[in-house]
Design a protein around this ligand. Structure first.
Ligand code: CO6
Length: 490
């Protein structure tokens, strides 16, 4: 069997290289397309970004006509969709007195569903900010005043444009003295804070994009400062194993000896809401252990090759794909129950939510249609979601539509967990850390096994223990014999 695993892994490796090449080309094309579109778009264009609701915001014809005379335009926070009525202002990219151009990022706001960048439709000067960072801003209420330029032909009827933060780079084209500068809002902010004009900085990124390093270098040249080492993340391979990760310092939030009361906001508020709803679900629990020896071997062969193509191949894509193969056999675990427990909907798509530990708290972005994806495609998608999660830029589309979830608590060192179902889903699995432990093999000899504990929770109104156990056994078998998954790959 080991020989079979090795033989099939060679085949798999060849196939992986092809897929990586194909994927890289597609990835580049996808990234270029919107940028090209942005460069040629008229100012009126609303950006077609996946997952956002593009319903027209309330019109403000007064602004349009008044702005042509160069008045102060009062931006109101317009409807973001999804029934969102309030957002938290995460960060301002401008301050009062700043000059802004169309498409410049003004601020980033956070709802309980997504992070959204508000961009300017006007050329002008910021007159007033109605909120401070961390304040709660209300939909329909003023967000910012802009003294528009009399000659501005950019006046629109809508108050603000909302774009999901994940698409920010596509909105950062700016014309300054005839030169187009490209930079992310964070880089613009850094420039702004240091009174640096982007038009004076030479960008070292793709197509002349200005990077954070360019700003720091510019600053260093101006001040003669010595730069610290690049703050950009090392590759995944340089990460220490989970158990060896240094403990992050505790945030100094509560002054010693004093209680502090803070309102729940954003994702934390959403977690409180969904976990309260989860209390209404009678959970059944089932735990088992999986010997991942062969998967550990297979991944160690494949990961360097994937890494060479710019992809981090962790264990998760295998766990996710194995779950999807099992959901095809046990569709009741990829279903939802209506409120009165009268009907069950069996979902056609395997949209597998992955619990993610981010600076904003626990988020569960979903890898969509896993039933149609290869393990490699799942890995690319997971990489994308992790990057967005790390940057606090996951949008509504990525955070909704889940049909089943996995929580890898092992990646932060946990061994056992009791996962809580995310309604309207009916099942979730928690995965512990892979430990090297002694186990008996088939001939009764003690061997080194790579053991991972898995804990499942299912909605007992719909799922019985035997079904959950059969699902778990099938999932375990796929992962104990990963070569068997090859037979199901398309
Ligand atoms: N064991 C051992 N090693 C692991 C494991 C386990 N379970 N999981 C990941 N890793 C390794 C992984 O292979 C990487 O190793 P190298 O490739 O050699 O560098 C490394 O740890 C880092 O992996 P990473 O976390 O970056 O990627 P992965 O794809 O495994 O996981 C993720 C992605 C989004 C799941 C993860 O980053 C994450 O956020 N995990 C925390 C999830 C969480 O917070 N769950 C709790 C939710 S609340 O469920 C809950 C019931 C309660 C407890």
């Amino acid at each position: 069997m080991a020989a079979m695993t090795r033989g099939s892994s060679t085949l798999f490796r060849r196939w992986l290289t092809q897929q990586c090449r194909r994927r890289s080309a597609a990835h580049v094309a996808l990234r270029l397309l919107p940028a090209a579109a942005a460069a040629t778009a008229t100012p009126q264009r609303r950006w077609p970004v996946r997952g956002m609701d593009y319903r027209a915001s309330p019109r403000a014809p007064l602004h349009a006509s008044a702005a042509r005379r160069g008045p102060v335009v009062q931006f109101k926070l317009s409807d973001i969709g999804e029934g969102i009525t309030e957002v938290t202002v995460k960060e301002w990219y401008v301050k009062e007195g700043d000059k802004v151009s169309q498409f410049d990022s003004i601020c980033e706001v956070q709802s309980d569903k997504a992070s959204v960048t508000i961009t300017s439709r006007y050329d002008g000067v910021i007159g007033k900010l109605y909120y401070r960072a961390d304040d709660v801003a209300l939909v329909g209420k003023p967000l910012v005043d802009i003294d528009t330029e009399p000659a501005s032909d950019a006046i629109q009827e809508e108050d603000v444009v909302e774009t999901p933060a994940m698409a920010r780079e596509e909105h950062t084209h700016q014309e300054i003295k005839g030169l187009k500068t490209q930079a992310t809002p964070a880089v613009r902010r850094l420039a702004m804070e240091n009174n640096i004009k982007l038009s004076e900085v030479v960008g070292s990124g793709k197509d002349g994009r200005i990077l954070k390093e360019d700003i720091l270098n510019f600053l260093a040249k101006q001040t003669g400062a010595i730069l610290p080492p690049s703050p950009f993340r090392e590759t995944a391979s340089a990460d220490p194993p989970p158990a060896a990760r240094p403990m992050p310092p505790p945030p100094p939030r509560v002054p010693a000896g004093r209680d502090s009361v803070e309102p729940l906001k954003g994702f934390q508020k959403a977690m409180a809401k969904s976990m309260t709803a989860a209390l209404a679900i009678p959970h059944l629990g089932l735990c088992d252990e999986v010997d991942l020896g062969r998967l550990v071997e297979l991944r160690s062969e494949l990961a360097p090759e994937a890494r060479a193509q710019g992809l981090k191949l962790s264990y998760m894509p295998f766990f996710i794909k194995a779950a999807s193969l099992c959901l095809a056999r046990f569709p009741v675990l990829n279903a939802s129950l209506d409120e009165g427990c009268q009907n069950v909907t069996y979902k056609a798509s395997h949209n597998i939510g992955v619990a993610m530990d981010t600076d904003l708290g626990l988020l569960v972005p979903t890898v969509k249609n896993v039933q149609r994806l290869s393990i490699l495609e799942v890995a690319w998608e997971l990489n994308r979601l992790q990057e967005l999660g790390a940057a606090g830029q996951l949008g509504t589309a990525d955070l909704s539509g889940g049909t089943f979830s996995l929580s890898n608590i092992g990646s932060i060192g946990g061994t056992y967990a009791r996962p809580v179902i995310l309604p309207p889903e009916v099942a979730i699995g928690a995965l512990g850390r892979i430990q090297v432990l002694p186990r008996f093999d088939a001939s009764g000899q003690v061997t080194r096994a790579h053991v991972m504990k898995v804990s499942w929770s299912a909605d007992h109104r719909l799922v019985d223990g035997a079904t959950m156990c059969r699902f778990s056994n099938t999932w375990r078998d796929f992962l104990q014999n990963p070569a068997a998954m090859l037979l199901h790959l398309k």
